[in-house]
Write a protein that binds this ligand. Structure first.
Ligand SMILES: [Zn+2]
Length: 302
């Protein structure tokens, strides 16, 4: 049952998404009177490595579905492979600060998004900690204050990452898919940093697969959000701040018409905490339709 809030989370994964998508989204959100949580990848844009992954089963199908070159631009698709990688957040400190100054919540998404999602399972614990530290330090340099929130790249986390996040005094993190805010259980211990999971499928997962076109997808997401208690919708600066800007605007208007108030994830969590204590759950790995490999997901409450 809907409690009238819808968490909005903007992932910024590429140099061009940071440069072009974020300013466009800031305009749309301003015009629609909505605040969101922005998660910035900070370091190198190696999204072109995706091209190398094309040999993996299913990936080519996904590239065709979302026509990656059209959405992301050829420069991005080649970034970090044939062409040198360009930095993301650290290249555009003014755009990052503009999001905060306009009243949005801001947080860290990654240092090296691509490396994290491709190699996390092979990182020794020190490497996982070092990657988090690099992203957090870059954030502090840009914003002159520590981040209050973090979102693991590609919704992929592990015990080492969750335990290291505990050292940062975050208000919360958004590292997985799930159904409602919760406290993660790691190695039998309940952590103090709440998780605010993304609950709805993303546009790139759905396009051409579960939905034929963007309008059908966005309409269904409003309906799904209206049926859930703590819905969190993830958009991408490269997509909803790019070719799907108009569809996203319609989504925001429909959400409002359905009685949903779009809020940053921190506000959704605050609303949830007013209802009582959070459940504690372990994190699992599961495949999610439209995504390669597995994602971290909220397990059944202990
Ligand atoms: Zn991302």
């Amino acid at each position: 049952m809907s409690l009238g809030v819808l968490g909005l989370r903007v992932d910024v994964d590429t140099h061009e998404g940071m440069r072009d998508g974020v300013p466009r989204l800031l305009e749309v959100l301003e015009e629609e009177g909505v605040k969101a949580t922005f998660y910035f990848a900070m370091g190198p844009d190696r999204s072109g490595l995706a091209v190398l992954n094309a040999l993996r089963p299913g990936f080519l199908k996904k590239m065709t579905r979302t026509s990656a070159a059209r959405v992301y631009g050829l420069r991005t698709v080649l970034s970090g492979t044939l062409l040198p990688s360009r930095p993301i957040g650290v290249a555009f400190p003014r755009i990052a600060c503009r999001a905060r100054d306009e009243g949005h919540e801001t947080g860290v998404h990654a240092w090296d998004h691509r490396q994290w999602q491709d190699r996390l399972f092979r990182f020794p614990p020190e490497k996982t900690a070092a990657e988090l530290d690099k992203g957090f330090r870059a954030y502090e340099q840009i914003f002159r204050e520590p981040p209050r929130t973090y979102a693991a790249p590609a919704w992929l986390s592990n015990d080492d990452a969750l335990l290291h996040e505990e050292t940062y005094n975050l208000a919360y993190a958004s590292d997985c898919r799930g159904t409602e805010p919760f406290l993660p259980i790691v190695r039998g211990q309940t952590l103090k940093t709440p998780q605010v999971p993304a609950t709805l499928p993303t546009l790139d997962e759905a396009l051409g697969d579960t939905f034929q076109d963007a309008p059908a997808y966005f309409a269904a997401m409003v309906d799904e959000a209206a049926r859930a208690s703590w819905p969190v919708f993830t958009l991408h600066a490269e997509m909803e701040g790019g070719p799907y800007e108009d569809d996203f605007r319609v989504f925001l208007r429909r959400a409002r018409a359905a009685g949903l108030r779009c809020v940053p994830l921190g506000e959704l969590l605050a609303e949830r905490l007013r209802q009582g204590r959070l459940p504690a759950s372990p994190l699992h790995y599961e495949p999610v339709r439209g995504r390669h490999g597995v994602l971290s997901t909220q397990g059944v409450a202990a």
